[in-house]
Design a protein around this ligand. Structure first.
Ligand code: FE2
Ligand code: FE2
Length: 274
């Protein structure tokens, strides 16, 4: 994006896909200053479901992300992997678990965050195909949107395995929310566009983590598990970390002007002068 666009008026939402392990966290923290300079995002929203060693998130990690300027964190099927996050999910912190989990499960599925006088509603949903979510994403999203009356923009993170469910959710919400962004598969798709009703859509933004693993895991271990069909202990790969996400720009309430993919390698470590 040209420098003049970065300083253009309007709202820009930078959404960052599943942060995987400490390598993903370091990549997020190293890329954010560059992306702030490049895009001047009003809001940064991050999916953090794999942030703690590849599975789940802890309050400390969430606080570290908020301290880096992240406005809200969304999660997914790994939400409850770390027990210490349960009370934090019920606090006032802007961290969400899918809205269509059971009401009895810790946390909530919507929040509103404010920056520069703009109110952004965030909704986290889980797909129902091949994932455990107690209630239908398609019925519960209506309840979730009802909780966000009067906000300026709405971002929906549809955390799902099946592309069909994500595409359908995009169409279902077209013209009613600013953006529907997909997460969970850790592989970015090439279908980012603004739908006819004005909703920005992408099936999956990808992950923030090691591109040279198998969706975050050391590739030798993933191949070994598939080859032998035996249980293998998985570790997070450290190779070739990238930040993956999408930038949504808006100039009207609840509508997007554009969506573009953000695919950025972690900046190299500064070398000491010789
Ligand atoms: Fe997931
Ligand atoms: Fe994930």
């Amino acid at each position: 994006m040209a420098e003049s666009e970065a300083s253009a008026p309007g709202v820009r939402i930078l959404f960052v896909g599943d942060v995987v392990g400490s390598i993903g966290r370091r990549t997020l923290l190293d890329c954010l200053p560059v992306l702030r300079e490049r895009y001047a995002p009003t809001f940064v929203v991050v999916n953090g479901e794999n942030a703690a060693g590849g599975l789940g998130i802890t309050p400390k990690i969430a606080e570290q992300m908020f301290a880096a300027g992240v406005a809200a964190i969304t999660l997914g099927n790994h939400t409850y992997h770390r027990k210490e996050i349960y009370p934090y999910l019920d606090s006032d912190a802007p961290i969400l678990r899918p809205a269509n989990f059971l009401r009895s499960q810790p946390g909530r599925g919507t929040c509103v965050v404010e920056r520069d006088g703009v109110r952004l509603g965030v909704v986290n949903l889980s797909g129902n195909l091949y994932l455990r979510a107690g209630r239908s994403a398609f019925t519960e999203v209506e309840v979730a949107l009802g909780e966000l009356d009067g906000v300026d923009q709405i971002l929906v993170d549809m955390h799902a395995e099946a592309t069909s469910e994500k595409v359908a959710m995009g169409w279902h919400l077209d013209g009613r929310v600013t953006a529907v962004v997909g997460t969970h598969t850790h592989v970015p798709t090439a279908d980012a566009r603004v739908l006819p009703g004005g909703t920005a859509y992408i099936t999956d933004v990808g992950m923030t983590g090691p591109r040279d693993g198998v969706i975050g895991v050391k590739r030798e271990q993933a191949i070994e598990a598939l080859r032998t069909q035996m249980p293998i202990r998985f570790e997070t790969s450290e190779e070739e970390p990238w930040l993956m996400g999408a930038l949504i720009s808006c100039s009207r309430p609840l509508r997007a002007d554009s969506i573009e993919q953000v695919l950025m390698p972690r900046p190299p470590e500064p070398q000491p002068d010789r």
